[in-house]
Design a protein around this ligand. Structure first.
Ligand code: GLN
Ligand code: ZN
Length: 756
């Protein structure tokens, strides 16, 4: 016997039902009851999708975020969320989304940050010395009852106490671990309640075991599970996304009844875990990748699993590597994808079926699932040898990359002298980050063109009109380095991916990013190449409309990689090099077309950092190299810009400097230039444009406020290396506020030229 289960299922719905219900509720168009009805229906559907497994997760569903749910269960939502007459549900959403400060009950939203190394964002729990906990088990108990009533084998899912503290933030710099004893008392109560309500197994997630932990945090894990053992429930301790390494023994020895590990990312240490795990514990192996969308190679997995099964027998559990939250719901929603590609892909519903198939093959023999194994073997084989996947030319080009390819010809100071001369820019030059307001007309034209309702010529005319308008406005505003405005782009990754070979696009393969927000990452399935120039025509057209320098705008290779589903048959670093070569070709074509300022956006560079710091450098090395390959083939007089959104630079400053972009623009206005502290400790050698205009708000910043921000910046970076620009692209803004804000920004630069 093998037990099968899943750690969690996407909650947004195959048709994004939850998204639309939430947004209606927030707009006041749906009642509390109607929202809950949608949620109940989705949960039932999701359990049904997982009914081929022995256990279905309960409590993984969330109306907004699982960490926020846990904070509510533990009674530690911030006080500001409880103001006034708020219902429990409103207090919950207030913590997530804040409430307008113009409102008399205005509160700011909880901080949001990336969930481990994924593109999902959670609401950061807030702690202080005053934090108290109290149990609110309603959500879990009622969902448990709901699942049981539906005839499902419910396994409640919780975030573990140590991970909960680790991923939270202390607002008064007090020690979060000091809260552990009181927190554990509430967890113990919760476990007792769940057991009383009929839960047999409880999954408790401690992905913190994938981080480098000091003695105190390791001790916290021991303390926690020694204490929780008193509840006498069966705990399945779950880790994911990382190897256990130095925490392996600790993970094996904690007093729980079972351990789940990520056997995709941690495959190499499974044998060791099998050796170390005490005989009374079950071992759940996450053998199906919960972070990616490829079919499992059954033959290979079964060959590897068979001896493990022979040894563990009924102690072996099988599951996806992590919650399926990070993959789209159902491949059957993509009938338009070509048949071959469909055979290679696998979304949440299909991953559940894979687990069931693997378990059956092991326990009943391969003949019991012979057809499925055969179909899988054919698909896997076809993918390996497909000419759509393998492009010898690309492979040769990657093999031929030399160390020089990622380096500029001369050092920054020499280049800067040439660029000043070539571009004739004033001190404190002004520019924008690329996109200008995307009006309804632009969106309509793009949509009509895509649907085939607008002829190519008409579409081009419409876009050119937009570009002309955008250039004209910039001229009038008096900006120094202009852009074409990105009217033709829907999304900064999709736009390029659609023009590259090796990329596929889906229509409904949405993955939750935060709250009701979803993203639809494109799929890199084969060697990436650039058949044709992607941006040259638009940029060159824009350049003809002005004597000012026109900046070419591209998305960088690391961001393309980190915001896509990436093939699993090639190391990420190699896929990134292929992307880098494709972007490099575009950069060189732009340069040939006399575009002498080129910006390569890398807002997702930081996101790719592995969980363990000891693995950071390796990632940064190839990420920096890839950026260099894309950008640094240009002549000294060509100015390379890069852009990153809000990002902590402190701990990756040397890598940022190693990109060697002539100019980096970043998001700093909201942090009141605090982000520039990183530039204090590390002498950043090149030019920088610290954003002075917060584009996330419709507010028009005052000239004087922007001057002040720049003066703060000038205290940290020499004035001759400073640029004046907004925080990020303007595509979500309206024209009216944009023009006012940019006029003030240009005025600020003029003031600075006189006084600073
Ligand atoms: N060039 C892009 C824009 O202006 C940059 C977007 C981003 O940084 N996310 O829209
Ligand atoms: Zn940005």
């Amino acid at each position: 016997m093998i037990t099968t289960h899943s750690l969690g299922f996407p909650r947004i719905g195959a048709k994004r039902e939850l998204k639309f219900a939430l947004e209606k509720y927030w707009r006041g168009e749906k009642s509390d009851t109607e929202l809950q009805q949608t949620a109940t229906a989705l949960r039932a559907q999701h359990w049904k999708h997982q009914s081929a497994l022995d256990w279905q997760p309960v409590g993984d569903f969330s109306l907004y975020d699982q960490m926020l749910d846990m904070a509510q269960t533990l009674g530690c939502l911030p006080d500001r969320a409880k103001l006034g007459e708020a219902s429990e549900l409103d207090a919950y959403f207030r913590t997530a989304r804040g409430r307008s400060v113009n409102d008399k009950e205005g509160v700011h939203a909880g901080e949001m940050t990336k969930w481990l190394d994924t593109n999902y964002h959670y609401i950061v729990p807030e702690f202080s010395q005053q934090t108290r906990f109290s149990l609110n088990a309603n959500r879990l108990l009622s969902q448990l009852a709901e699942a049981k009533a539906g005839g499902f084998n419910a396994k409640p899912v919780l975030i573990g106490p140590v991970t909960f503290l680790w991923l939270g933030k202390s607002k008064d710099d007090s020690d979060r671990l000091a809260l552990l004893p009181e927190l554990l008392a509430v967890y113990e109560q919760l476990l007792v309640e769940l057991k009383r309500a009929g839960a047999e197994w409880i999954q408790i997630d401690e992905p913190v075991l994938g981080f480098e932990l000091d003695a105190e945090w390791q001790h916290a894990l021991e303390q926690s599970y020694n204490r929780l053992a008193a509840a006498k429930t069966k705990l399945l301790l779950a880790t994911y996304f990382s190897e256990l390494r130095e925490n392996l023994q600790l993970a094996c020895q904690l007093p729980v009844q079972g351990l789940h590990i990520d056997a995709v990312r941690g495959r190499a240490e499974v044998a060791q875990v099998v050796d170390w795990l005490p005989e009374h514990k079950v071992l759940s192996l996450g053998v199906v990748d919960g972070r990616n969308i490829w079919v499992n190679d059954f033959e290979q997995t079964l060959a590897w699993l068979t001896p493990i099964y022979q040894r563990l027998q009924s102690r072996l559990w099988l599951a996806p590597s992590c919650s399926l939250l990070h993959v789209p719901v159902d491949l059957r929603s993509e009938p338009e994808l070509d048949e071959e590609l469909q055979q290679w892909l696998c979304f949440a519903v299909q991953k559940v079926a894979e687990i069931a198939t693997l378990a059956k093959a092991l326990t009943e023999g391969e003949a019991a699932v012979g057809d499925l194994l055969e179909a899988n073997r054919i698909a896997v084989k076809a993918r390996k040898s497909s000419t759509r996947v393998n492009n010898p030319e690309v492979q040769q080009a990657v093999a031929a990359i030399s160390a020089d390819d990622s380096k500029r010809q001369s050092a920054y100071t020499e280049r800067a002298a040439l660029q000043i001369e070539a571009l004739g820019l004033p001190r404190f030059p002004t520019t924008t980050i690329g996109s200008f307001p995307q009006t309804t007309e632009i969106r309509q034209a793009r949509r009509a063109f895509k649907a085939g309702d607008l002829a190519v010529d008409d579409y081009e005319t419409a876009m050119k009109q937009e570009i002309a308008r955008c250039v004209e406005e910039q001229e009038q505003l008096g900006l120094d380095v202009l852009v074409h405005g990105e009217a033709e782009r829907n999304d900064m990754v999709e736009y390029f991916g659609e023009q590259l070979s090796g990329y596929a696009f889906t229509r409904f393969a949405w993955v939750q990013s935060y709250g009701s927000r979803c993203v639809k990452p494109p799929i890199i399935y084969g060697d990436v190449s650039r058949p044709n120039a992607m941006t040259v025509a638009w940029t060159s057209y824009a350049a003809t409309l002005s004597d000012k320098p026109m900046k070419g705008m591209l998305t960088g290779p690391v961001t393309m990689l980190n915001w896509s589903f990436v093939r699993d048959d090639l190391p990420r670093a190699d896929v990134c090099r292929q992307l880098a070569l494709a972007i490099r070709a575009e950069v060189l074509d732009l340069e040939k077309a006399e575009v002498n300022v080129i910006q390569i956006d890398e807002p997702a560079l930081r996101e790719g950092l592995p969980l363990r710091r000891s693995d950071w450098q390796q990632y940064l090395d190839w990420a920096v190299e890839a950026f260099g390959i894309s950008a640094n083939g240009v002549a000294d007089a060509t100015q390379v810009h890069t852009h990153m959104c809000y990002s902590e630079f402190n701990d990756i400053m040397p890598a940022i400097a190693a990109l060697d972009a002539d100019v980096i623009t970043i998001e700093t206005s909201r942090s009141d230039m605090e982000l520039l502290d990183a530039f204090d400790a590390f002498d950043y050698p090149n030019e920088i444009g610290p954003g002075v205009y917060d584009i996330h708000s419709p507010n028009v910043p005052e000239t004087q406020a922007m001057v002040k921000l720049m003066q703060k910046a000038a205290a940290k970076v020499p004035a001759e290396r400073l640029w004046v620009n907004p925080d990020c692209g303007l595509k979500t803004r309206g024209w009216t506020e944009t023009k006012l804000a940019l006029a003030n920004m240009v005025a600020a630069a003029e003031t600075l030229r006189k006084v600073a």
